[in-house]
Design a protein around this ligand. Sequence first.
Ligand SMILES: Nc1ncnc2c1ncn2[C@@H]1O[C@H](COP(=O)(O)OP(=O)(O)O)[C@@H](O)[C@H]1O
Ligand SMILES: [Mg+2]
Length: 259
Amino acid sequence: MSISTSPPAPVVMTGAGSTELSRSEPPIIVFEKVTKIYANGQAAIRDASFTVRPRDFVFVVGASGAGKSTVIRLLIREERATQGHVLVEGQDLARLKHRHLPRLRRKMGIVFQDFKLLPNLTVEQNVAFAIQVTDPGRPHLKEKVGEALYIVGLEDKLSAFPTELSGGEQQRVAIARALVHRPRIFLADEPTGNLDPDAGWGIVQLLQQINHRGATVVMATHNREVVDLCRRRVLAIEDGRIVRDEAEGAYLRDGDAIL
Ligand SMILES: Nc1ncnc2c1ncn2[C@@H]1O[C@H](COP(=O)(O)OP(=O)(O)O)[C@@H](O)[C@H]1O
Ligand SMILES: [Mg+2]
């Protein structure tokens, strides 16, 4: 184990994570017998069904090519299910009109393995950019940007440029940018993929804090260390099929061979 479990930057906790209440609420995400076949005939998801409750934290795990990113792309309607239904807050994404896509995506914060920051903008400008594009007249923009950067522990880096930051800090900027919309659902596709173990662990702790503040978090990853340290819900995918859905799970099923 190479991760040192140092404490994260302090943030204000306002929520309580998965609670009794969330079990009585309708699911925020539903996959109902979803199959996704790409245009070239490649089946990426096969007959997958699962639900995610509000304020749940889910790791989607599996080998490269298993279908993890496809789950994320279906959730943001970058791809449509070939069969079955994907619902977000009760809305069937197949029926969502193109003009309503921005509204769907504003409900969601998304981060990727590569941070996708704009190199010529400062940290503050990168975070503000997302709002300026979608909602230019929004009041208190500067305060909202400052708050998002405070949550990720970068309030003292407002005028730095991305190249002046470490990889972990760049990913925190990407997370702050995703947080300014105050998303109810936070999606992360291999967010630790480009980071060393300590920086990656910091990002996962931050996602757990975002979850404690009330957001539902879905993180696609093949980072076995962090999954095993967190012991959160694990959805395991193999060749497009959900092969395991376990509360407080590990990366591998107990007794599985180490890959
Ligand atoms: N745009 C695409 N067109 C065709 N096949 C794709 C496309 N995206 C992914 N695939 C294929 O779908 C399968 C699942 O891919 P993906 O969801 O990216 O897996 P993972 O994120 O787990 O590595 C793989 O076989 C991959 O090659
Ligand atoms: Mg992927």
